[in-house]
Design a protein around this ligand. Structure first.
Ligand code: FBP
Length: 357
């Protein structure tokens, strides 16, 4: 091993160190975001460990496990862990979880009004602790748990304007207001992909250290890819642009190579592959689901944010995905996201449809 590689091997860039470095570039930063993120990371480590044990628990019948009950409870358990971890960070004001019908408005005394905050208030009202809103799906793709397919946690983070006056409007913002987003994939390894609005980085959990280490710095999605990813079982209900697009992926008329279909049916895994290898992931509208299936706040927005930060695009069939303004916390939207040029193709098809229509 050469000198530089050896130096890198022993100079571990943990996720906390990385985010501290990034936040250090903002003079006004006092580490609130780093604290919030460390609580998200804790939740991810817990879920990683629970997912790893889930298969074993089923085989050997650990306590509480009756006919797969343990598996089913994993998403509920993961949600409880994330909610508690986020609230105890003392930096959250509103939480939106896939598992909770209503948004959770964090009690005022837990929104960072601890001793430090009180001291800061006496020093300067501008230096109060920052409050955040976190929208998350604690265990996306959980229908895949039983067969050991990769699943994940997805999250998007907003800054709250006034943490003493928190309303649902703090959550119903366009994705362009997002401060940071990421996902953690529980697969053959546990990988956390994060963007704080300054590119995308991937960290892999080293189980022996219990730390996420930077393994995929500055991820850039290829401009075009060889893979398309969609549930073709819905094809008979697609609209014309989606159907034409998928046809073009399979049988391109311009001499370009055809794309291969890869569909896991677990968003985090499908998007992760798309981010690393390029191509396009789509969950379009269809006649049965006019708004598609995926949820705006904790599936569409965070993944669109990451795609754009990696140099790709995200489109709803009508507009740039991040410019959507959700009206309800569990709103859904069709989504096409991935390589820049592949998304350009679907945009062109929708544009020509609207001209013809
Ligand atoms: O099975 P379908 O209709 O292709 O849906 C797959 C999509 O549903 C999801 O599993 C989310 O649904 P769940 O929240 O019910 O797991 C995504 O991860 C995935 O992209």
């Amino acid at each position: 091993m050469d000198h530089a590689a050896e130096a890198q091997r022993t100079d571990l860039m943990t996720i906390t160190r990385h985010v501290l470095n990034e936040q250090g570039r903002h003079p006004e930063s006092r580490g609130d975001f780093t604290i919030l993120l460390s609580h998200i990371v804790l939740g991810c480590k817990f879920v990683a460990s629970a997912v790893n044990k889930a298969g074993l628990a089923k085989l050997i019948g650990l306590a509480g496990d009756t006919n797969g009950e343990e598996q089913k409870k994993l998403d509920v358990l993961s949600n409880e862990v994330f909610v508690k971890a986020l609230v105890s960070s003392g930096r959250t004001c509103v939480l939106v979880s896939e598992e909770n019908e209503e948004a959770i408005i964090v009690d005022a005394p837990l929104r960072g009004n601890h001793e430090f905050d009180k001291i800061m208030v006496t020093v300067s009202s501008h230096q109060k602790l920052h409050g955040y809103c976190v929208c998350f799906d604690p265990l996306d793709g959980s229908s895949n748990i039983d067969c050991g397919v990769s699943i994940g946690t997805i999250f998007g983070i907003y800054m709250i304007k006034d943490k003493d006056n928190v309303t649902l409007d703090d959550v119903l913002q366009p994705g362009t207001d997002m401060l940071a987003a990421g996902y953690c994939m529980y697969g053959s390894s546990c990988t956390l992909v994060l963007s704080t609005g300054n590119g995308v980085n991937g960290f892999t959990l080293d189980p022996s250290l219990g730390e996420f280490i930077l393994t995929h710095p500055n991820i850039k999605i290829p401009n075009r890819g060889k893979i398309y990813s969609v549930n073709e079982g819905n094809a008979k209900n697609w609209d014309a642009p989606t159907a034409k697009f998928v046809e073009k992926c399979k049988f391109p008329q311009d001499g370009s190579p055809s794309k291969s279909l890869r569909y896991i049916g677990s968003m985090v895994a499908d998007v992760h592959r798309t981010l690393l290898y390029g191509g396009i992931f789509l969950y379009p509208a269809d006649q049965k689901s006019p708004n598609g299936k995926l949820r705006v706040l904790y599936e569409v927005f965070p993944m669109s944010f990451l795609m754009e930060q990696a140099g790709g695009q995200a489109f709803t069939g009508k507009q740039r995905a991040l410019e959507l303004v959700p009206r309800k916390i569990h709103d859904r939207s069709p989504i096409f996201l991935g390589s820049y040029d592949d998304v350009e193709d679907i945009k062109a098809l929708y544009a020509s449809e609207s001209i013809i229509g």
